[in-house]
Design a protein around this ligand. Structure first.
Ligand SMILES: *[C@@H]1O[C@H](CO)[C@@H](O)[C@H](O)[C@H]1NC(C)=O
Ligand SMILES: *[C@@H]1O[C@H](CO)[C@@H](O)[C@H](O)[C@H]1NC(C)=O
Ligand SMILES: *[C@@H]1O[C@H](CO)[C@@H](O)[C@H](O)[C@H]1NC(C)=O
Ligand SMILES: *[C@@H]1O[C@H](CO)[C@@H](O)[C@H](O)[C@H]1NC(C)=O
Length: 353
């Protein structure tokens, strides 16, 4: 994980961003995620990065503050992990985060979805842990099951309803505020992408069971509903990102595909939508907050996005030799110590020019 700028400066920059590009306001809450990974924990509901509506919700529900932070940082960590081998590695310089969020690209769509999903995941875990008064395990499942098939519901089933609705209230600009004009169409699209993230959490709910019975015979099973690991949700969303749909840039409340011949194909709740084509992310562009791939480590033999050819955008790469020293061939000597040799290995590291 890279270091982040000192928190104070981040927040100051976030304040500027909010002032300069209000279109970004919906996403700046993810600053909490950046702050959570490096900054002091003491702040409650800071403005910025939170919008006035989010601050109000945050103050109403102080017990959810840890989950809000955790949701933001869960989403960002997963974004970085899913994109670690790609030209865009989900690491815009902090000052540019808001700019990228308002750019309407597929990358923006992914950030919206993964952080909205992160919030559902974190809030739901808080509910299941008994940390929130308004929600708990899914009590509707506590009795029932199928005795004849030898299983029954038990334990704590995750109940995502509260998390889903909290994520909506916290992140989605209210529909009544979304009017026909261009900028607010972007809000409708962001809202759709947020929902796509939440739907991924819902869709990937699964059932876990534990066996009981004599010596693990599994005569009786106790089962409960559980959310998938966030990594699995991230992979699902990455796939949606790769198949994301470009929509018409005459943004209206009703979102339509750009491709006229495909307008009949309905847009699904889980689809990720974008309006603007992505830049290639190859070279630094401070205005757009793109760091470029110069200096990124690449893999000489890979044909994938992490391969030097693709990652370095054909500019070539530098190779340097990195020496590792380790203890090796360790032997236990009677009695009582371990003797090792020092082994040196050399590896080639390639970085983009
Ligand atoms: C629940 O609250 C306890 C005590 O504040 C905390 O240690 C724990 O991490 C919380 N668990 C979740 C899942 O939020
Ligand atoms: C949304 O609309 C309400 C009233 O309908 C207004 O008070 C609020 O400021 C609006 N919020 C945004 C972000 O435009
Ligand atoms: C929004 O409107 C501006 C100016 O009216 C235009 O340049 C832009 O292409 C429109 N669409 C988007 C998605 O920004
Ligand atoms: C480089 O890519 C090759 C082929 O995809 C893979 O087998 C190898 O493990 C990669 N090396 C590193 C250091 O990631």
């Amino acid at each position: 994980m890279g270091r982040v700028a000192p928190l104070g400066r981040c927040l100051l920059r976030a304040a500027l961003l909010l002032a300069l590009c209000p279109g970004a306001a919906g996403g700046t809450w993810t600053w909490l995620g950046i702050a959570a990974s490096g900054g002091p924990e003491k702040m409650g509901c800071p403005s910025p990065p939170l919008s006035p509506r989010q601050q109000e919700l945050c103050r109403e529900k102080p017990e959810l503050v840890p989950a809000i932070r955790e949701g933001a940082s869960l989403g960002l960590r997963e974004c970085r992990s899913q994109f670690r081998h790609e030209r865009w590695d989900c690491r815009p310089p902090p000052a540019a985060f808001g700019q990228q969020l308002s750019s309407g690209t597929k990358e923006t769509a992914f950030i919206h979805a993964v952080t909205a999903a992160g919030l559902v995941h974190a809030v739901t875990r808080s509910c299941s842990a008994g940390n929130v008064t308004e929600c708990s395990c899914d009590t509707s499942l506590q009795s029932g099951g199928s005795a004849s098939e030898g299983w029954h519901w038990g334990g704590c089933s995750d109940d995502i309803h509260y998390g889903m609705s909290f994520s909506r209230r916290f992140l989605d600009v209210p529909m009544r505020n979304i009017t026909g004009k261009n900028g607010s169409g972007l809000a409708a699209m962001n809202r759709h992408n947020n929902e796509a993230g939440r739907q991924a959490v819902a869709k990937l709910m699964s059932v876990d069971c534990r066996c009981h019975g004599v010596s693990g015979s599994c005569a009786v099973k106790t089962c409960w509903k559980t959310m998938s690991s966030f990594e699995k949700i991230g992979r699902f969303l990455k796939d949606k990102y790769e198949n994301s749909i470009q929509i018409s840039d005459r943004l209206k409340k009703k979102l339509r595909r750009k491709e006229k011949s495909q307008r009949k194909i309905p847009i699904q709740k889980e689809d990720l939508l974008y309006v603007n084509k992505s830049p290639n992310y190859c070279v630094e562009d401070q205005k757009l907050g793109i760091p470029g791939t110069q200096g990124r480590e690449c893999n000489r033999t890979s044909e994938g996005p992490d391969g030097c050819n693709l990652l370095c955008c054909g500019r070539g790469y530098n190779t340097h030799v990195v020496r590792h020293v380790e203890r090796c061939d360790c032997k236990f000597i009677w009695c009582c110590y371990v003797r090792c040799r020092r082994c040196e290995t050399m590896t080639d590291v390639h970085t983009c020019k």
